[in-house]
Design a protein around this ligand. Structure first.
Ligand SMILES: CC(C)(COP(=O)(O)OP(=O)(O)OC[C@H]1O[C@@H](n2cnc3c(N)ncnc32)[C@H](O)[C@@H]1OP(=O)(O)O)[C@@H](O)C(=O)NCCC(=O)NCCS
Length: 155
């Protein structure tokens, strides 16, 4: 059976159930705050979504000061649809819109860093990404890393 083409949209009225399915499939903690998540996506300066028919399979958003800086908080593709060019298409649409902005910035998960590099992002020199985060994803990784460099220490 032929796959139907993925369609891209800038619509804002995303069904909460579909948002939750996408975020939960990727294990992102934002799914624990459904109302805030839906509102945050709706309030973004730009929101690009990918659809397989009526199914939401990917999204990326942008927030900006409208002048100098744009930040890309979320980019995610449903695991069943990854590695098919969807993430690239979403990000390219965002990059095109903000091409003239002085600083385009994001926080990359280690497994996604190569993906972003291919699309033109570089490490921010010696700058560190710092955050106050109520989610668990980054904390988990930090602890795992600490354990990895101190193998002799009982947990
Ligand atoms: C990272 C993510 C958004 C990429 O989207 P995707 O649709 O799977 O990626 P694409 O198919 O568009 O890949 C685009 C290019 O990046 C490469 N790529 C994709 N994921 C990669 C990875 N993890 N490591 C290295 N290269 C990768 C592809 O080979 C492709 O290269 P090409 O265009 O030269 O062939 C997606 O895999 C995802 O949602 N991952 C889980 C959530 C996540 O980590 N999001 C990023 C948060 S920082």
């Amino acid at each position: 059976m032929a796959l139907q083409p993925i369609k891209y949209s800038r619509r804002r009225d995303l069904p909460l159930k579909q948002i939750m399915a996408l975020y939960r499939a990727n294990g992102w903690s934002a799914a624990d705050k459904p109302r805030q998540l839906k509102r945050g996506l709706r309030n973004s300066d730009e929101l690009v979504t990918a659809w397989d028919g009526r199914r939401l399979v990917g999204l990326g958003n942008a927030i900006t000061d409208g002048s100098l800086v744009v930040y890309y908080p979320h980019l995610l593709v449903h695991p069943e649809y990854q590695a098919r060019g969807i993430g690239r298409r979403i990000l390219e649409q965002l990059l095109l819109k903000y091409a003239e902005v002085h600083q385009q910035i994001l926080v990359a998960e280690p497994q996604a860093a190569r993906f972003y590099r291919r699309l033109g992002f570089k490490r921010a020199g010696k700058a560190l990404a710092l955050e106050i985060f109520q989610g668990h994803e980054h904390l988990r990784k930090t602890k795992a890393k600490r354990k990895a460099v101190r193998p002799g220490v009982p947990s």
